[in-house]
Design a protein around this ligand. Structure first.
Ligand code: 5GP
Ligand code: MN
Length: 333
C-alpha cells in the first residue's frame, strides 16, 4: 500500500528534492546518494541537499560531487531520509512541505505526507535497498555502493544489536550488484586521518567513569589543538562504547560557545533514545543524540543528571547501574 503510494508519487514527479539531517552520517549520505542516483537513472531531475555537505570519509562515493548545501530550484516532490524530525534538516526546506519521509529511527515524528518508517531496519539504506525495486528503481553498482556504505556505517560493521540475518542478506545482495564491501568498509570504518586520532586523545585524557556510566568532552579548543577539520566526534563515541561493563557512554562535543552536541551509546536493554527524545533529540535505543543550548559545563551537568535519573529508574533486571561498584574517575577528577 505504502509502496504503491511512493511509486505513484515518484512516477508523476519530474523534479525531486532529497535531503537528510545536519552533520550527516554514513547512512544519511548513502541514502541520499543511493536514492538520488537511482532516480536520476530513472530520468528524474534530482537535487541532493545536505545542509553541511559531506565529510571527507564519504567523498569517494559515486555522486558525492553532486551534493549541494541548499535547494537551488523548486521541485515537484521533497523526500527526507534518515531524519527523525523536520528541524534536523537544518532548515533547507525553508517552509516547503515534506512529501515523503523514509527512516529507521523509532523516534521519527512522521512529518511527511507519506511516512515509511522501519525501526527494526538496520539502516535507512537497508530500507531503501528493500523497497526501491518495488518503486521501479534499479540498483546498479553505484547505487549499491552508496547503500552498502550506509549499512556498514550505521551498523558499525554489522556489530549493532539490530544487525539481523536480513541485514546481511540485503548487504550480500548489494555486493552481488557490484558494491565492493572491502573498500567501502575500510573507508567508512577503518581508515581515518591522523587528526581524528589526535582529537580522540584530548577526549580520552578527560575520560570519567561512575559505575556503568562513562563520559568525556571534546571542546572547541581540543578540536583546534588537534587540527581536526570536521564538526563531529571523529567516531570517538563508538570507540568508547567498546568499554566492557559500561551501561551508558555519553560524549559532549562543543559546537559553539553556547551549543553542545550530546551523543549517547548504551548496551542492549537500555534505551537512551528515551532520554534524547525527552530533550528534543532522538535516535535508537542503543545510540541517540541531541543538540543542547548552553556551555559545555552546564550541558554536561544537566545531561549527566538526567542520565543518572534514567539509570536509577530502571528495574535491576533491565540493567540498573551496578551499585556495588565504587565511583571511579579515570583522570583522578
Ligand atoms: P550520533 O550520536 O552518532 O550523532 O547519533 C546517534 C543516533 O541518534 C543517530 O541515529 C542519529 O540520527 C540520532 N541523533 C543524533 N543527534 C540527534 C538529534 O539532535 N536529534 C535527533 N532527532 N536524532 C539525533
Ligand atoms: Mn541511520
Amino acid at each position: 500500500m505504502i509502496d504503491r503510494q511512493i511509486k505513484e508519487l515518484l512516477h508523476r514527479s519530474k523534479k525531486i528534492g532529497l535531503t537528510s539531517h545536519i552533520r550527516p552520517d554514513g547512512d544519511a549520505i548513502g541514502a541520499v546518494l543511493g536514492l538520488g542516483l537511482a532516480l536520476t537513472d530513472a530520468g528524474k531531475r534530482v537535487e541532493m541537499v545536505l545542509r553541511n555537505g559531506i565529510s571527507k570519509t564519504f567523498r569517494h562515493l559515486p555522486g558525492a560531487e553532486r551534493i549541494q548545501s541548499a535547494f537551488k530550484t523548486e521541485n515537484d516532490l521533497y523526500i527526507v531520509l534518515d531524519c527523525s524530525d523536520l528541524e534536523r534538516t537544518g532548515g533547507v526546506l525553508n517552509g516547503r512541505e515534506v512529501d515523503i519521509v523514509i527512516d529507521h529511527h523509532i523516534t521519527n515524528k512522521g512529518f511527511g505526507k507519506v511516512n515509511l518508517i522501519e525501526p527494526e531496519s538496520v539502516a535507512t539504506c537497508a530500507t531503501l535497498a528493500q523497497h526501491m525495486p518495488d518503486w521501479g528503481l534499479v540498483i546498479d553498482k553505484a547505487v549499491a555502493s552508496a547503500l552498502l556504505s550506509g549499512i556498514i556505517s550505521d551498523s558499525i560493521g554489522f556489530r549493532t544489536s539490530n544487525t539481523s540475518a536480513l541485514s546481511l542478506r540485503i548487504a550480500a545482495d548489494l555486493i552481488e550488484k557490484g558494491a565492493d564491501i572491502n573498500q567501502l568498509y575500510n573507508r567508512a570504518l577503518i581508515s581515518r586521518p591522523f587528526t581524528s586520532v589526535h582529537y580522540w586523545g584530548y577526549g580520552l585524557a578527560k575520560l570519567e567513569r561512575e559505575n556503568g556510566l562513562v563520559w568525556t568532552t571534546l571542546s572547541l579548543a581540543d578540536r583546534h589543538n588537534a587540527g581536526y577539520q570536521e564538526d563531529d566526534d571523529a567516531d570517538l563515541t563508538n570507540i568508547l562504547s567498546s568499554i566492557e561493563d559500561m551501561d551508558v557512554v555519553v560524549l559532549f562535543i562543543e559546537q559553539k560557545p553556547d551549543q553542545v552536541k550530546v551523543s549517547w551509546r548504551a548496551r542492549p536493554g537500555i534505551n537512551v533514545a528515551s532520554i534524547a527524545d525527552s530533550l528534543g533529540g532522538g535516535g535508537h535505543p542503543a545510540a541517540a543524540g541531541v543538540e543542547m543550548e548552553g556551555n559545555l559545563a552546564q550541558v554536561k551537568d544537566l545531561i549527566l543528571s538526567k542520565t543518572r535519573d534514567y539509570l536509577r529508574s530502571l528495574k535491576p533486571e533491565n540493567g540498573s547501574p551496578r551499585d556495588s561498584e565504587v565511583t571511579e574517575h579515570i583522570n583522578g577528577k
